[in-house]
Design a protein around this ligand. Structure first.
Ligand SMILES: [Fe+2]
Ligand SMILES: [Fe+2]
Length: 304
């Protein structure tokens, strides 16, 4: 798997949706599970600028190749979120994208700032901390594209297949970059390998956790991967990440699935009740209205 930053910079662009049959979005139905996953995925795609803020406070930002990648990556991810939002709106689910994004961010609270500070401190104290971030990037991109593949399979919706198929191509390039960069950092560097493994075994969480609650993460995992093929795909994913120096045999996404199954076994209704009750709305923040948070004020009243 090769990756050329020069080629990536030349070729990086907004998701091309030319010829996508938007008119046919409502011609095929989606299950509650499909809709739950699409909302989750859209929110996480739209959250990328905040993930970017974490990467930019690590030492990794000293590397101009990494920052060139991040500049393009962030732009591409923006269009993933936009297009999933457009798909949902066309399907008949109404929400204002900007309000939804602002609400997701406002609900993060002080936790986000604390984790930013911890990342910054960790990175400046530990030279090899970036290896952890690059490995996490590789895992996140690979789980994202595996999740899209599973949703294509579960939904059987032809327009969604076309849209997600195009997004998957971007995610593959993102994975290649993070994987190769992590490999470069880790190769021949046992100290970095030990730290990477230690951190991944203890602090790694599936993509979206933190923005989403444990039960929401479990609902996504159970809907997409709780069957033979799904489990196999996650084991395969772990095996790919296990090819990074020092990570042989690591269990991440499969462990997350087994954890979700265990919680569902212990709590009847766990995870599935969110899907059943269509719990994908984002509650507005308790304290500050969006206008205060974003400096945008309420849109002017329209005369009757
Ligand atoms: Fe994406
Ligand atoms: Fe991506």
């Amino acid at each position: 798997m090769s990756f050329s930053i020069e080629r990536y910079k030349e070729e990086s662009k907004k998701l091309d949706t030319t010829g996508l049959d938007w008119n046919q979005v409502t011609a095929h139905s989606l299950s509650k599970g499909d809709l739950f996953c699409l909302h989750y995925m859209m929110d996480i795609e739209n959250h990328v600028p905040l993930y970017l803020s974490h990467l930019l406070v690590t030492r990794a930002c000293m590397d101009p190749i990494l920052t060139a990648f991040l500049a393009c990556w962030n732009y591409e991810e923006l269009w993933h979120g936009e297009n999933i939002g457009k798909f949902l709106n066309l399907y008949g689910i109404e929400f204002d994208t900007q309000d939804r994004i602002a609400n997701v961010r406002a609900n993060l609270g002080v936790q986000n700032s604390l984790s930013l500070l911890a990342t910054m401190t960790g990175s400046w104290l530990l030279k090899d901390f970036s290896a952890v971030y690059l490995s996490i990037g590789a895992i996140n991109e690979l789980s994202t594209l595996t999740g899209y593949g599973a949703l294509i399979r579960k939904s059987g919706h032809p327009v969604l297949r076309d849209l997600l198929g195009r997004i998957i191509k971007d995610e593959r390039r993102h994975f290649a970059f993070y994987f190769n960069s992590a490999k470069e950092w880790l190769a021949g560097n046992e100290k970095a390998q030990r730290m990477d493994r230690w951190m991944l075994d203890r602090v790694w969480v599936p993509v979206g956790q933190g923005v989403k609650k444990q039960e929401e993460v479990d609902a996504l995992a159970m809907y997409l991967f709780d069957d033979e093929q799904g489990e196999e795909e996650l084991l395969d994913l772990d095996a790919k990440i296990g090819k990074l120096p020092g990570l042989a045999g690591i269990k991440l996404m499969s462990k997350a699935l087994y954890g979700a199954r265990e919680r569902a076994r212990r709590n009847p209704g766990w995870a599935w009740r969110l899907i059943e009750s269509e719990a994908w709305a984002i509650a507005p923040p308790k304290k500050s209205p969006i206008g205060q948070l974003t400096t945008r004020r309420q849109s002017q009243e329209v005369a009757p």
